[in-house]
Design a binder for this molecule. Sequence first.
Ligand SMILES: Nc1ncnc2c1ncn2[C@@H]1O[C@H](COP(=O)(O)OP(=O)(O)OP(=O)(O)O)[C@@H](O)[C@H]1O
Ligand SMILES: [Mg+2]
Length: 916
Amino acid sequence: MGDKETSRVLPLVGRQDCVEILAGVVHRVRQGRFAVVEVSGEPGIGKSRVLAEAVRLARDAGLVVHVGRATQFEREVPLATFRDSFRQVRIGGSDVDRFGVYSAVRRHLECVAGGAALVLDDLQWADQASVELVEFLIRHPPEAPVLVVVAFRGSRPPVRVVDAITRAGEGATRLHLDPLTAADVRELLPSVGADRRDLLMRACRGNPLYLQALIRLTDARLADLVRESDGDEPVSVDEFTRRILRTIIVDVAALDEQVQRVAYAAAVVGDHAAIGLVAHVADLPESTVVKALDQLCWAGLGDMDGAWFCYPHPLIRAAAHELAGPAWRSQAHARAARYLREHDGPLHLVAHHVARSAQYGDDLAASTLVQAGRSVVCQAPGTAVRWLGTALRVLSTTGPMREQRPMVMLQYARALGLSGDLSRSWEVLQELLCDGSPVRAEAAAFGMVIARFLGDLDTASALVHAELPRAQQDPAAEGKLRVQLAALAALGEQAAEAMDHARRAVDLLGGRRPALASAARSLEAWGAVYAGHIARARTAARDAARLLNTVSDVTLRPHVELLGPLAWAEMRLGDLTAATEHLERAHAVVEQARHSSALPYLMVVHAALETRLGRVDSALRLAEQAGLLADQMGSLEMRAMADAVRIRPLLWTSGPAAALAAADVLASGARPRSRTWWRIGQLNLAIAHTVAADVRPGLTFLTDPDVAWPADPTTEVIRQVAIAKALARTDAVAEAWRAAATAEAVAAAACLDYERGLSWYAKAFVAARAGSLDQATTLATQAATVFAATKAPVEEAQAHHLAGVTHARRGDHGRAEESFTRATTGHLACGAHWLASTVDLDRQRYARATGETPAGVLTRREREIADLVVTGLSNQEIATRLFLSRRTVESHLSHIFPKLNVRTRSALVHRLGKPA
Ligand SMILES: Nc1ncnc2c1ncn2[C@@H]1O[C@H](COP(=O)(O)OP(=O)(O)OP(=O)(O)O)[C@@H](O)[C@H]1O
Ligand SMILES: [Mg+2]
């Protein structure tokens, strides 16, 4: 030992291929695109080293590089990995919600001129919030030149991040680092004799870190180690690591006793350990500590960064930490906490040490943990769970803090709920719901939210009913509970009950509390739509909107969720402007509040509205984000709702197979448990079936005599239209016509224009099928006009598509071509790529029948080039491959784009389908 040689940085060997791949990725980013790289491998294999190369390449390319690193023993410090990188973004503080932070980080990255790189090491130790942030960035990549590089130990992959990377497509690269080869080691240690080199290679198994650690051992000890690992069964990486660690530990233990104590204290304190703190934790004078740290550095077991001490490698810190022993460590953490408290250290750091040293009955520790837990509950609920959980364990049952317990439990339940552990949250709440509990009302209110996320509407309703008798003296309190009951009835598709409770709430409130009154009127509107009372629904919705205009955002905050049913009712009533306005207001309020469990629900409603408006990409994005939030909250119910609204836009972009596959969870019929959302999901599923190869499953559901349908005219029209289309496809023309006519009658009675358009479209579809082409043409054109007027561009394009087919079949090719073009343009403008491709098919089919070559058909050469574009090749690469000049390729492309009605490469790729 004492050979300073060991801490020298060795030249990089054996990673040429990695460096080249990284250079390629950086190049991609420089061209304006997003990329993510995963680096994995066993401890000490060289991940951090490869990351250093990535940092160098990124800097050389002019990217602004942020580097972050997670540490083994500070996992609960939220977003610690990012804290230094994004000081500008408000990370920390109590009222900051985590998704707000993630979006802010993404916006920040998008604004960096010239591009940015985020390089994160040791993700296996990152806290939940940091991992979520990385996952968020990969699933919702910044629309800018941004590079994300992450490294983690292969044995402990951050599953969600890996999953996101797997789905990230062409922008993702995965590097797994293998051990160095004998040739690499020879290159590294040219002056070491062949025998000793062989011994070293066998002892370290190509692991560069172990190589560096073992190089100080004598040949005899190396031989021992080799014998130990060669002798018996092949050992796991973990066991192997432990053996090597033991060897390093022996080194540390050989130091004198004071140096040892300092080494342990530094391991407890963590990276960038300040000397004063280390001295306090080691319980030694500062002068002794300075000398000891010097010795550690000299032995290659540490580095000074200014006045701070760091371990050169996390494995060495881990070794010292382990050797310190649990009892000493706990006392050391207690001393660290005391010191930091006296020196006004950051609360989360104090809590970190307190959590590792607190004993039962230590009320000071408990109150620190409660305070710290509360401060991070929104941004890092997982951490809050650990801190509040520890607080509950140490809080004495007899001392003055005794009365705090129910409050702490309530906060603990909240943190559990937010961290996605709904069932444990529910268990904790149960204890607080008994009579005489000082926080019963709060627990009931939060229990309602949890029950709804679980999809357990009966339980939620039982909770409200239990509160009802207590509220009967206070009209405002009862009004509030009635609103909750109306909301639950709405979810359960009980239209009459929803209207009833809502009406009673309006009466009880009698002009007071306009935000709540507006919520009540919204639910009344919703109930009226579902009960088929369209006029009453309009009045109630208008009244709700009027009341909303009188309340401030702050007043609205607790009721913001109820803008969902209002927007839903307005959408059904055809008032899309009001629906959009109200959802935008809801998002603004949630944004200000910086946290709201209402967010996924509002996003689901918004996704449905965007679908109705033909903004397909936006709809998919919203549905996907809502699903992601639902997963993070652990809510299967909300996930199923998000899946339910995702089916239609997915059908339009990717076709029935993709839509049906994505609706897997719904196919079982068990979710959502909310009847209303179950219906929405099943109806969308049936619609996907009506255009799939086999229409029967959809038809069976839609006509099942055992399934009761609500009186809601919009649902009924959509259902009859789907039945008409499915039956027409099976050539049951007469029945199909009857269904379409029913749809028309229902729409007319309710005076709903969009629904009228749907029914005409259905009639046109059936007429075309029956060969009544003139009638079909007239109806399709009529439908297109109505859809244009009711802002339904996808349906409008579908109507043009149908008109194109009927024109073509009547032999009017000029008008057919015109209609097809309008259909294609309309679909592409909405992002409905699959629908656009079905237009192409028909256009080609009828063109072939008449021998004409429509614009959508490519020549053989053009097809060849288009296919290569789809595989991701650049123009130059295509030119090389086909022995053409780049100019020629560009000129072909200038014909291909208008023929396919696309303007960009990515649209072309989308249009022709992704490469296998
Ligand atoms: N290819 C290489 N050539 C030379 N030295 C290397 C190489 N790879 C790693 N090293 C050296 O080996 C040591 C361990 O590497 P590194 O810290 O990158 O491992 P790691 O995989 O990040 O380990 P951990 O899982 O513990 O984070 C470092 O001192 C590093 O400089
Ligand atoms: Mg590392």
